[in-house]
Design a protein around this ligand. Structure first.
Ligand SMILES: [Zn+2]
Length: 206
């Protein structure tokens, strides 16, 4: 792509670094911004800058938050003894939308994936095991998507806490194998949390 303007080229390059955005789409978006009032671009850039500089991670569940304790963890009406293990904030949002879960979350920040070079040490697994050891958690619900990476992660955590005083369950699979949680409809996802099954039982496969 030949640009008549270095400023335009730089902006297009930065936008094209976003996932799923090619050079052509980036150019279209940048030209769109140029046609909009200047304030629009200022709002966009300042919201991104303050997102990056001010965002925090909840010290208890590692969810993205504006404060060092997220609203869910800070809510005394939520059950400390029931913890749902999820990959990231999108899963928390999907489960919250069902209105079926009154416990708390533990956000791992990803799934074990040797292909992508993500090992257990790259995820928030140690702090989960520590929380279980403290004895406050009575039940852990594994709610990772049922992909190979999700199953591997569930099993790894299960082995770390095996023998400790905690019940483990996994969300009922109304959700087809390979589906990501955030795409499951609210009714299906809500039901799969209510009808969760013991984790050990879910390991047996015919
Ligand atoms: Zn939290």
């Amino acid at each position: 792509m030949d640009f008549s303007s270095k400023l335009l080229e730089n902006a297009v390059y930065e936008v094209s670094q976003l996932p799923g955005i090619g050079k052509r789409t980036a150019l279209r978006l940048v030209l769109h911004l140029l046609k909009q009032p200047e304030q629009r671009t200022e709002n966009l850039s300042s919201s991104l800058v303050s997102l990056r500089s001010k965002i925090q991670f909840c010290q208890n569940c590692h969810n993205i938050s504006d404060t060092n304790m997220c609203e869910i963890c800070a809510n005394p009406k939520r059950d400390d003894a029931l913890v749902c293990v999820v990959e990231d904030i999108r899963d928390v949002m999907a489960i919250e939308n069902t209105g079926q879960f009154r416990g708390k979350y533990h956000v791992l920040g990803g799934k074990i994936s040797p292909m992508e070079g993500i090992g257990p040490q790259n995820l928030k697994i140690g702090s989960l095991v520590e929380k279980v050891k403290k004895g406050v958690i009575k039940e852990l619900i594994f709610a990772l998507s049922s992909t190979m990476e999700g199953d591997t992660t569930n099993f790894y955590i299960f082995r770390q806490i095996e023998g400790l005083e905690v019940k483990t369950s996994t969300i009922a699979r109304g959700i087809a194998v390979g589906d990501e949680l955030e795409y499951a409809d609210e009714v299906t996802l809500g039901r799969s949390i209510v009808n969760r099954v013991p984790f050990e039982g879910s390991l047996r496969q015919d």
